[in-house]
Design a protein around this ligand. Structure first.
Ligand SMILES: Cc1cc2nc3c(=O)[nH]c(=O)nc-3n(C[C@H](O)[C@H](O)[C@H](O)COP(=O)(O)OP(=O)(O)OC[C@H]3O[C@@H](n4cnc5c(N)ncnc54)[C@H](O)[C@@H]3O)c2cc1C
Length: 421
């Protein structure tokens, strides 16, 4: 028997509890929006795997990542944000109300903020699953370096992260071997890191190699590398293996819905808007240049703010601008544009002359063009005429300081200014 899912309604549902999701939730909660954050693993996200974070401004003593994200969580709780520890299984962004489903629940939200981040890429080699994380395969040198003091470790990869983290590991381990897919002397990292690594007496390199398989009883004992040119299998006895071969975004459940880059990161604009109105994405899950705690926090702030604006604009659009009681006139202008602003008095006089027979509203696009976009207005100033909650015409020409003189106006609005008379 299939169990009916429990339905809950929220203004904002945030998917993912890393620095981006927590910050978005803080902004949404502070705007008095009912906000739910859903996290499938650890509140704090990837940052909790980091032993010290030395480059997040305002925290000069290099605290643990977990410390910073715990503070974020406390702040979100104080803003009234609710938390659920479970995985989001599916989403539906088609309607005005967005649907987010977990195993047991169905959440209906006015807006959704996606902050699902990414995860380290694995090699896919045989037996890898058996040794992931605490069994010998790590993705975080800062977290696991100290436990490898005096030991031999193997690093997979030759990009900036692999070589810089590998060098960091030489401060603890006796020997750091590096498996590089390229020919001798060729690496994917920057030149400075490459030269420093090649000159480091604790580092040695297996060129033209990839992982063939992992071996061990309970814990990882040996990594068998394969030379891509000679096909030779090279057994490397090691205490730990650190994989630094890139990240994958957690976007599987959004595939086919959200616009994504070639490597499946979500594409947004600078307001964190995705291709679905009311759906935002922030943090490492976005297609962007620098993936760090500070940029995740910045993205989260924008997404939380944008969600608030979206909800406010939706209410204003549906309840005020698209009202059905009277024929409507909406003046769309930019408050910082003097040409646009000077028509305000024309609109005031016009409204007065109509003595309450029409509903007149003004939309300033200076801070947000959201309402203008919904009305279909592309230039400012413009006059939008509505009838029974529908836009009937948009007029860009013919508004002057003397009044309106637009022949194509609906009969009710038809008028001409002193100059044109
Ligand atoms: C080893 C390591 C060291 C790092 N060191 C630093 C550093 O020193 N300084 C720095 O600034 N940055 C550092 N970073 C990067 C930093 O951790 C990330 O940029 C940051 O955590 C991104 O935040 P986020 O919120 O976008 O994503 P994440 O932190 O990845 O959080 C995403 C969250 O979403 C959850 N999630 C995913 N899918 C679902 C789903 N379907 N349902 C519910 N929840 C879901 C995940 O479980 C995760 O908790 C490091 C990263 C790593 C891996």
């Amino acid at each position: 028997m299939t169990r009916e899912k429990k339905v809950e309604n929220y203004d904002v549902v945030v998917i993912g509890g890393g620095p981006a999701g927590l910050t978005a939730a803080i902004y949404a909660g502070r705007a008095r929006l009912s906000t739910l954050l859903i996290e499938k693993a650890l509140i704090g996200g990837l940052a909790t795997y980091t032993n010290t974070i030395e480059n997040y401004s305002g925290f000069p003593n290099g605290p643990k990542g977990e410390y910073i994200t715990n503070e974020m969580k406390k702040q979100a709780e104080e803003m009234g944000v609710k938390f659920k520890l479970t995985a989001v299984k599916s989403v539906d962004f088609e309607g005005t109300n967005k649907v987010v489903e977990t195993f047991r629940n169905k959440y209906i939200a006015k807006t959704v903020i996606i902050a699902t981040g990414g995860r380290p890429r694995t090699t896919g080699a045989q037996n890898e699953d058996k040794f992931l994380f605490d069994k010998g395969i790590s993705f975080c040198a800062t977290c696991d370096a100290a436990a490898n003091t005096g030991k031999h470790v193997l690093v997979i990869g030759s990009g900036d992260a692999a070589i810089e983290e590998g060098m960091f590991l030489t401060k603890f381990a006796d020997k750091v071997s590096v498996s590089v897919i390229h020919d001798e002397g060729k690496m994917d990292c920057n030149e400075i890191a490459k030269e420093a690594a090649l000159a480091n007496p604790k580092m040695d390199f297996y060129w033209n190699t990839v992982v063939d398989n992992f071996e061990g009883e309970d814990m990882l004992e040996r990594v068998n590398l394969k030379n891509l040119k000679t096909k030779e299998i090279i057994p490397v006895v090691t205490d730990s293996c650190f994989e630094f071969i890139g990240y994958l975004p957690n976007t599987e459940i959004f595939e086919g819905l959200l616009k994504m880059s070639g490597n499946k990161y979500v594409i947004t604009n600078e307001r964190m808007e995705t291709n679905y109105p009311g759906v935002f994405a922030c943090g490492d899950v976005r297609d962007k240049w620098l993936k760090q705690v500070s940029t995740a926090v910045g993205d989260g702030a924008i997404a939380g703010f944008a969600a608030e604006k979206y909800i406010a604009e939706t209410e204003q659009f549906e309840e005020v601008l698209m009202q059905t009681k009277k024929p409507g006139l909406i003046f769309v202008y930019n408050a910082i544009d003097p040409d646009s602003r000077k028509f305000l008095s024309t609109i005031d006089a016009y409204e007065k002359s109509k003595a309450g027979t029409i509903a007149v509203n003004r939309v300033d696009v200076y801070k947000s063009t959201g309402l203008a976009d919904r009305l279909g207005v592309t230039n400012y100033p413009a006059v939008v005429i509505t009838n029974e909650g529908q836009v009937s015409s948009i007029v860009y020409e013919g508004i002057c300081e003397e009044g309106f003189c637009i022949e194509t106006f609906d009969e009710l609005f038809k008028t001409s200014c002193k100059v044109c008379k």
